[in-house]
Design a protein around this ligand. Structure first.
Ligand SMILES: O=C(O)CCC(=O)C(=O)O
Length: 342
């Protein structure tokens, strides 16, 4: 009805002003003098910081991402596509296809057991950008359409993963500690980076869904270290030590094909997999090609640089003089637009 539309408009206007850091007395004055949302966004072009002006997101979706740091879109990827990604994953596990640059990771609880060429031994694939079938995920038009709202038109796929969270062996190693993805990235600005994470089956608290701390994307990058877990921690699974345990948590229950887009400063992790199945998700971190590399020397990211360099040394035979930046430059692939900087 006309009334509820007017109420929606008012709600939107108040939130917009609030996000623009206006005080409530200021907002009241604006509304009483009858100034529209249009005039607010014109006079304050910084009203939206985390999203760009496209006609893809509804005002509600934009405001949701601006204040929470994530946005869940239901049913974005078809069953057919997900089944194809799953088949490709299984072929890789059976070693029927060899993918250059691919990192195959094992859960520490199963890594030491006897090797089996089967998905049971694999907890995660990383850097699948040179596998044409899996990389198709990163280029799906319905995903890229949303990505563009965060990155702008020049889009690079910087980091790709297929996560196969194994049934927990009782050591709780299937958990992923709370962290910010920006810890791993030597490029900025963070607001032009976004992750798309698609559930490859129903993902809920029983098999270890994503847990997010809404609004934490408005904070800064925190110190990350290996958590002191009794049962051990997987390689590279650094966690934030000092987040408030009282911060509200949201468990993202998702159906097959649902996709969440989230900011690289959003504190998130995932729970234990208490089922007998391997919980699968596929993800890509995108960045604007206009982003620039930073030197992480002397920052909290130095510890991850050392670790990644070690892997690059062993896996790709690279020398000791490489930096975190070098390990990224050859992994990134252009998805749309022009490769301007990254
Ligand atoms: O899929 C998951 O369990 C969490 C993955 C994640 O947060 C990561 O790998 O950075």
């Amino acid at each position: 009805t006309e009334m509820s539309r007017a109420a929606d408009r008012l709600k939107y206007l108040v939130l917009l002003m609030y996000l623009n850091c206006m005080s409530f007395s200021h907002i009241k004055a604006h509304i009483l003098t009858g100034r529209s949302a249009q005039s607010v966004s014109c006079h304050h072009p910084s009203a939206f910081r985390y999203t760009l002006d496209t006609d893809v997101l509804s005002p509600e979706q934009r405001l949701f991402y601006e204040s929470n740091g994530y946005l869940l879109i239901k049913n974005l990827v078809s069953d057919e596509d997900i089944d194809k990604f799953r088949e490709e994953f299984e072929k890789i596990c059976r070693r029927e296809v060899e993918v250059p640059g691919l990192l195959v990771m094992r859960d520490i609880a199963i890594a030491k057991s006897e090797f089996v060429p089967d998905q049971k031994a694999v907890s995660k694939l990383q850097d699948f950008q040179d596998d044409p079938e899996l990389f198709r995920f990163c280029t799906l038009p319905q995903i890229v359409k949303y990505v563009e709202c965060f990155t702008g038109p020049n889009i690079m796929a910087m980091h790709t993963m297929l996560i196969n969270k194994p049934p927990d062996t009782g050591k709780k190693t299937s958990r992923h500690p709370m962290h910010q993805d920006l810890h791993y990235f030597p490029f900025r600005p963070s607001d032009r980076i976004v992750c798309a994470w698609t559930a490859m089956e129903r993902v809920d608290r029983s098999n270890g869904c994503l847990v997010v701390l809404p609004g934490t994307h408005r904070g800064t990058l925190k110190q990350h270290d290996y958590p002191a877990w009794e049962g051990g921690v997987n390689k590279m699974y650094h966690g934030v030590q000092d987040y408030s345990p009282e911060h509200p948590r949201t468990h993202l229950v998702m159906e097959k094909g649902d996709t969440v887009f989230f900011h690289p400063l959003l504190i998130h992790g995932s729970g234990m997999n208490r089922t007998q199945g391997f919980r699968k998700a596929i993800s890509c971190h995108y960045a604007s090609a206009d982003c620039y590399y930073i030197d992480v020397k002397g920052t909290t990211q130095e510890n991850i640089e050392e670790e990644v360099k070690g892997i690059a040394l062993r896996k790709h035979g690279l020398g000791d003089d490489i930096t975190l930046k070098d390990t990224w430059a050859f992994r990134g692939r252009l998805v749309k637009g022009e490769r301007t900087s990254l």
